[in-house]
Design a protein around this ligand. Structure first.
Ligand SMILES: *Cc1c(COP(=O)(O)O)cnc(C)c1O
Length: 423
């Protein structure tokens, strides 16, 4: 970009005009100089979660003890699911909170393949999250290797050609399952178009919303989606290992069966009936005792996001990522960086990846000595997550400026390429 204003003052001006800027006060900022760019891996701690968990510990667990199951806990998976629902465009009775994304994916993939027993192809893409691909491989194995996993390739490692994807779906396709926003490049699928094509072919569709919920609009009911899963510790800020959610379209619930028959997925868990008998609705996809504290944290964490509204959050995500890309083109490209995310803001989520041959070592230097927290994704991506509710334009400016310092001063050369367990 030619006319980009590269001065810090321009970032400060954008912050002054930002009508979401006040939401920063909703979050804990323990270190004022820290530039946090990993809200798409672990969202910041919302202040109201601190209060909610303190109260849950003292009054519900500490004082209420087992009585709290009847006052606040037993209904939590459904109640908190209904709180997530507006963020994913789901009307009542279709969302519950439970387990992890990978486990929910397993449950819904097994249910979907059983509903299309005469079909043998699962369509996904090469940019999908590895855990999702592993779950699909595991499901195929459990079902006797009858299914072929068709991974639509990415020609540039950043995008998926939409026509190639649509062409891969035909009458052999049982299930199409994709990450709505891909974890590395941030590419955003046209979910309505893919869902429509899958339904024309008689296939079911399962969206993984982990990197899109809380960052971009999701309209499951309007798309006509069949199934969805998603994670809550990223843009939903519910904390490490917080429970995931799952969505099953209302008119599929009666025929879809969970592959894990646990007591919380029984019609009457406390009847202690020795035989499995599922309820008619969405709760048949619950399994066992839910992680109550984390579900309550999620419930509290959602308030600022629901209050701001996903349309404004998405608008800011597009502006922040566009600003980052402008700065990266002007300041970092001369040092060998390349933008590895879609340049069209309508085709990406709220994170941007920058490729560099020394990405791993630069990332180490940023964390160790520059007070910047991005993450690294193999083989050469520095991934910068700009969670819109609490990331400022000044954060983006500082992040880019500190990356520039690391490369121009060759600070990264002191680090090795030996990978830490979590990158
Ligand atoms: C983060 C993420 C997950 C996480 O799965 P867990 O089982 O919660 O660890 C799954 N899928 C996608 C696409 C993700 O981005």
């Amino acid at each position: 970009m030619e006319n980009t204003d590269l001065r810090l003052a321009s970032a400060q001006r954008l912050d002054a005009q930002d009508d979401l800027a006040g939401y920063r006060n909703e979050f804990v900022f323990a270190e004022s100089d820290l530039v946090y760019m990993d809200g798409n891996s672990l969202g910041r701690l919302p202040r109201r979660v601190l209060k909610r968990i303190q109260a849950a510990l003292e009054s519900e667990w500490g004082r209420g003890l087992i009585r709290s199951w009847n006052t606040d806990w037993y209904e939590a998976p459904v109640r908190v699911g209904e709180t997530v629902a507006p963020l994913i465009g789901a009307s009542a009775g279709q969302v519950v909170v439970s387990d992890s994304t990978s486990i929910n994916l397993f449950k819904l993939v097994m249910a979907a393949l059983a509903l299309r027993e005469d079909r043998t192809v699962i369509v996904t893409d090469e940019l999908n999250f590895p855990s999702d691909l592993y779950v699909l491989q595991g499901c195929a194995r459990l079902l006797g290797e009858r299914h072929h996993l068709h991974r639509v390739p990415s020609l540039d490692g950043i995008t998926i050609d939409q026509q190639a994807l649509l062409d891969a779906i035909d009458e052999r396709t049982a299930l199409v399952t994709l990450s709505h926003v891909t974890f590395k490049s941030g590419f955003l699928h046209d979910a309505a178009a893919v869902t429509e094509r899958a339904h024309q072919a008689g296939a079911l569709v399962l969206w993984d919303l982990s990197h899109s919920v809380g960052a971009v609009p999701v309209e499951l009911d309007r798309w006509g989606a069949d199934l969805a899963v998603g994670c809550t510790y990223k843009y939903l800020n519910a904390g490490p290992g917080s429970p995931a959610f799952l969505y099953v379209r209302r008119d599929l619930q009666e025929e879809a069966s969970s592959p894990i028959w646990g007591w919380f997925g029984h019609r009457a868990p406390f009847a202690f009936d020795p035989n499995y008998d599922p309820p008619s609705g969405i709760t048949r996809f619950l399994v066992g005792s839910p992680c109550i504290l984390a579900a309550l944290a999620l419930e509290a964490a959602l308030k600022p996001l629901l209050d701001a509204g996903i349309a404004r959050v998405h608008e800011k995500a597009m502006r922040l990522t566009s600003y980052l890309i402008e700065l990266a083109d002007a300041v970092l490209a001369p040092f060998g960086f390349e933008v590895a995310s879609p340049r069209d803001p309508m085709r990406r989520g709220a994170h941007v990846s920058l490729r560099h041959e020394d990405a791993y070592r630069i990332n180490r230097a940023l964390i160790e000595e520059m007070n910047v927290l991005p993450d690294f994704r193999e083989p050469d991506n520095i991934r910068l997550g700009l969670s819109p509710l609490y990331t400022s334009y000044t954060d983006v400016w500082k992040g880019i400026d500190r990356i520039r310092q690391v490369v121009s001063e060759k600070r990264f050369e002191r680090y090795t390429n030996d990978r830490l367990p979590v990158t």
